[in-house]
Design a protein around this ligand. Structure first.
Ligand code: IMP
Length: 427
């Protein structure tokens, strides 16, 4: 019963789209288990660049079934927009290759308005303003709307109306913001519901049957370990479990079915939004790593377009990701971006008030005061973008990877050396 899990091992934006796309080639099913359209998975196919927010990356693969699991929060309007973009590009998106869990929760206009209102206060953490946290709050409070309700558009519209009216009172009283048009929201969501309904299914049952038949499932994570609601840098996190446990609860599959857990890490670190970032860089080096934004793969948020904060590779954080998720291997992305930087630095420990910490601290106050302890490694000048196997890489690049492996106790099995599908070094 093989499930391969793909998880972000840093702060998100590790290039998961890229590696999911590669792994999807061998999968019968690709399933999203957490998050919503806050994710932005960039996939380059030939000269086309796609940014997927909700649809699993298997949507580009023939004969692949895609699942949006119960652990996801679904914005039906943005889902339909994305579906139409993919359809326009010539890829099918039908109930035959996409199922949406009837138990997934729906992101409502009120959730998005509250997210924006909260972000405008001092309590903001730099969310994507997609209503994610407020949709999960309602789920946990047992007052959320589940996607299955979209099979009954009239009842769904009534509930959207009631929710919007309830939120309006909060918007006006707490945030001094104008109310939303509840009637328009209900009508828009009812129209969307009619289009979403054909995709609804009991996806846990689909997965159970597929696993019993020995089908290969790829569980595609969104966000990352450091953004996990429990194990990330709370409160600067998203509102779902982006770690391995999220696969079990977000899809309804047994733990024994998971046979492979692939972590994804960039060859350096990036983060969007607020929160501690021990290896953060400024100045020229940051500009160099971030890129100008001229290329779709430069370090600007795929969902919000915000410039990402950048830093040196953090092996303390990666070790934590390996331990938390039982990563069986690691895919390293953007190795080519480091070409020409000499020396390279890897953070091997944190210094906290004169103490050397080798374990990632759970206490956010401690983490915020940690300083990086770096080890320097020689860089390389050779172009690596044509490399296809580890032996094609310069000795310094291989040494850089070997040091990451030793520090985090995980084997690097893939490394990307450019944005194209083919620009992948495998071992
Ligand atoms: P939210 O998920 O929109 O509530 O945002 C919470 C935090 O997670 C913010 O710091 C976001 O920037 C971050 N975040 C959410 N989704 C992603 C992602 O896909 N990549 C990177 N950061 C993300």
């Amino acid at each position: 019963m093989p499930i391969t899990v793909l998880l972000g091992a840093q702060w998100g934006d590790e290039g998961k789209g890229r590696i999911t796309d590669a792994l999807a080639a061998d999968a019968d099913i690709v399933a999203r288990f957490n998050g919503g359209d806050n994710a932005g998975h960039t996939i380059t196919i030939g000269s086309s660049v796609f940014k997927l927010h909700l649809l699993p990356a298997g949507i580009f693969r023939e004969r692949c079934l895609n699942i949006i699991g119960n652990g996801v929060v679904l914005n039906p309007i943005n889902f339909l927009k994305e579906r139409d973009e993919i359809l326009a590009a010539g890829f099918p998106v039908t109930p035959d290759n996409l199922q949406i869990s009837e138990a997934a929760h729906v992101i409502l206009p009120g959730h998005i308005a509250l997210d924006a209102a909260r972000e405008a206060t001092r309590g903001g953490i730099g969310t994507t303003q997609r209503g994610i946290g407020f949709a999960y709050s309602d789920k946990a409070a047992r007052i959320g709307l589940r996607a299955g309700l979209m099979r009954e558009p009239e009842r769904f519209a009534e509930d959207v109306y009631a929710h919007t009216e309830r939120v309006n009172r909060v918007l006006e009283r707490e945030y001094e913001r104008p109310p939303l048009d509840a009637r328009a929201a209900a009508a828009e969501y009812a129209a969307a519901a009619r289009q979403v309904a054909p995709y609804l299914a009991n996806t846990a049952r689909t997965l159970h049957r597929a696993l019993a038949e020995g089908k290969r499932v790829l569980a595609e994570g969104a966000q990352a370990v450091m953004l996990d609601i429990d194990h990330g840098t709370y409160p600067f996190v998203t509102s779902s479990n982006a770690t391995v446990g999220g696969v079990l609860t977000g899809l309804g599959v047994p733990a024994q079915a998971v046979t492979r857990v692939v972590g994804m890490a960039k060859a350096f670190c990036t983060r969007v939004g607020a929160g501690p970032f021990v290896t953060e860089l400024g100045g020229e080096l940051a500009l160099r790593l971030r890129g100008t934004g001229a290329n779709p793969w430069d370090e600007y948020g795929a969902t919000t377009g915000r410039p990402r904060r950048v830093g040196w590779f953090d092996a303390v954080a990666l070790r934590y990701a390996v331990q938390t998720n039982g990563l069986t291997e690691l895919a390293l992305t953007k190795l080519d971006i480091l070409t020409g930087l000499d020396p390279l630095r890897i953070c091997v420990a944190y210094s906290y008030r004169g103490e050397c910490l080798e374990d990632f601290p759970q206490d956010g106050e401690v983490l915020a005061q940690c300083r990086p302890v770096y080890e320097e490694l020689p860089g390389w000048r050779e172009d690596v973008t044509a490399a296809r196997s580890f032996s094609d890489l310069p000795a310094e690049a291989r040494a850089y990877i070997a040091r990451i492996e030793a520090l985090a106790q995980v084997r690097v099995t893939m490394a990307s050396v450019g944005p194209e599908r083919m620009q992948l070094v495998t071992r």
